[in-house]
Design a protein. Sequence first.
Length: 309
Amino acid sequence: IPVHILTTGKLRSWKNINRLRNFIKTHNYSIVHGHLFPTLYFCSCITKKNIKLIYTEHSTDNKRRHYLFFRFLDRFVYQRYHRIVCISNKVQVLLSNHVKSIQSLIIPNGINTSLILNAEPIPLNELGIYDTNIKFVTMCARFVKGKDYMTLFRSLKWMPENIHILCIGTGPLEDRYRQYCNENQLSSRVHFLGLRKDVPQILKRSDVIVLSSEHEGFSLSMLEAMASGTPFIASAVPGLIDLIEGYAVLFPFGDEQALATSILRLLNDRIYRKEMIEKNCCFAKQFDILTTAEQYKILYTDLIEKNTI
């Protein structure tokens, strides 16, 4: 798959609009498909008549929706697209409340479920850990405001010393989180693993997987966790509760004691653990990447062959 990188400079620089325009002019593309901000704005500036514009909306909320100026600007920008793909029903409903008169449809994210389920657990020594009595609670998310690592860290005070946390990811709040762990004598129990290429293997090594988040669109890390055969816990927030209620363990957002209680039950109650793993896997199997790819193929073909407006 050819990959073209238009700039090594600032992602949000308005100069990228011209870079993108010039790149499109030199290629005979039928479709331009954008993801995430500011690509939403940049791709909307493409004016070639024979190109169909598609954008995938991933999140249930963003900062722009809370400012009057951006609400008006977004209405203009979204209407430039021939189709808006929403990754869940909740994302579609909230986007429709924000922007009227857009043509949207739902195509959920997908993962390679068999690859994750059949992964081999990573050896402990590759994590720099050698104590076989440790139980691992893993969270895979960027260190940003919307991902609530702090509740997970605070939950440790309600659990035995042999329960450790594996953090997969990086981000602007990493130094703050490391400092918090140092100041609260948690450094020996919280392991910052950075960006990894062996996430399925780490998930298989884990005893519980957690996604503590303020809000979600349709989280791929959630799907990967639920497909791994390791029990999954998530915060009961928009984008999660409306999707996985009844399929996964949910806890009130920000409630570290409730989170700790859920983790301990999954670790100690074998029957409950087995039941939740089966429910997790049942949910994840609905979202195999081949199904997602086929839905996008149908959308692309429809726009091109039928010249849909």
